[in-house]
Design a protein around this ligand. Sequence first.
Ligand SMILES: NC(=O)C1=CN([C@@H]2O[C@H](COP(=O)(O)OP(=O)(O)OC[C@H]3O[C@@H](n4cnc5c(N)ncnc54)[C@H](OP(=O)(O)O)[C@@H]3O)[C@@H](O)[C@H]2O)C=CC1
Ligand SMILES: O=C(O)[C@@H]1CCC=N1
Length: 272
Amino acid sequence: MTQIAFIGGGNMATSIIGGLIRQGNISADLIHVSDPGAEQREKLTATFAVNTHADNQEAIANAGVVILAVKPQMMKDVLLPLKATLSARQPLIISIAAGINLPSLQAWSGCKSVVRSMPNTPALTGTGATGLFASSEVTLDQRNQADALLQATGITVWVKTEAEIDAVTALSGSGPAYYFLLMEAMIAAGRELGLSEETATKLTLQTALGAGQMAMNADVDPAELRRRVTSPGGTTERAIATFEGAHLRDIVSAAMKSACSRAAELSEQLGD
Ligand SMILES: NC(=O)C1=CN([C@@H]2O[C@H](COP(=O)(O)OP(=O)(O)OC[C@H]3O[C@@H](n4cnc5c(N)ncnc54)[C@H](OP(=O)(O)O)[C@@H]3O)[C@@H](O)[C@H]2O)C=CC1
Ligand SMILES: O=C(O)[C@@H]1CCC=N1
């Protein structure tokens, strides 16, 4: 069976490892994670019983797939010392880093088969969403391997151009944070309306879950679901008018465009 190495065992690696272990198709024995933090390594071993290493070379020694899960700013410094080993072994490389393009990943790793992916943190509960784009050298088997790995954490979508990965980053990569921000705002507003923290939180989270599940299962689009909540002359109408008056759609559009530009900017600043 193929060994999988994670370089970097932080938030996102933890979410993906959690999804893989939870799904049960990959044994924890086959997963090797390297991270400089002793506490982080202990946490990963205690939670998932995976192999952990302080040394990146040890983690990749027998790996058929190497998942790059360090910050974009670290990527070049992390890969260059591994280049001799990686280029000799040619494992499938899967990067999850925002804004590091395929030519840079290929140059720094010495590997031809590189998949650029953009997952998100709900991977931890198997409800992740991942966008993927492969270098032309990636074989069909490797593409299927990357797809199966990330499908263990939720849905996968292959995009047609590498530039679309930056759009995916702005939408689903960063997207959970947008919903969490809305939850924070709703909890705070519920408190202002006199609800306890506990009640406001409980109702906000259950409403988010219910709306998400309804939207997933409905045979109509979110706009129609919104209309069905909005009784003429009722309460929702007032709230929606307030959102529209404050140009919520323009705010969302500007926010996502700035996230997408930041990904492109990272690529320019950090790439070769
Ligand atoms: N968080 C998210 O929602 C998403 C993140 N991403 C991408 O995932 C990547 C990781 O992000 P995230 O998990 O949030 O970041 P984290 O900082 O949580 O994780 C990165 C981990 O890498 C470790 N690390 C630092 N230097 C090295 C090294 N030389 N070798 C091995 N590991 C090292 C860090 O340790 P230490 O903290 O001690 O420095 C840290 O534990 C980023 O590239 C990001 O763009 C993609 C999709 C979503
Ligand atoms: O904020 C970031 O840069 C990373 C990429 C997508 C989510 N988190």
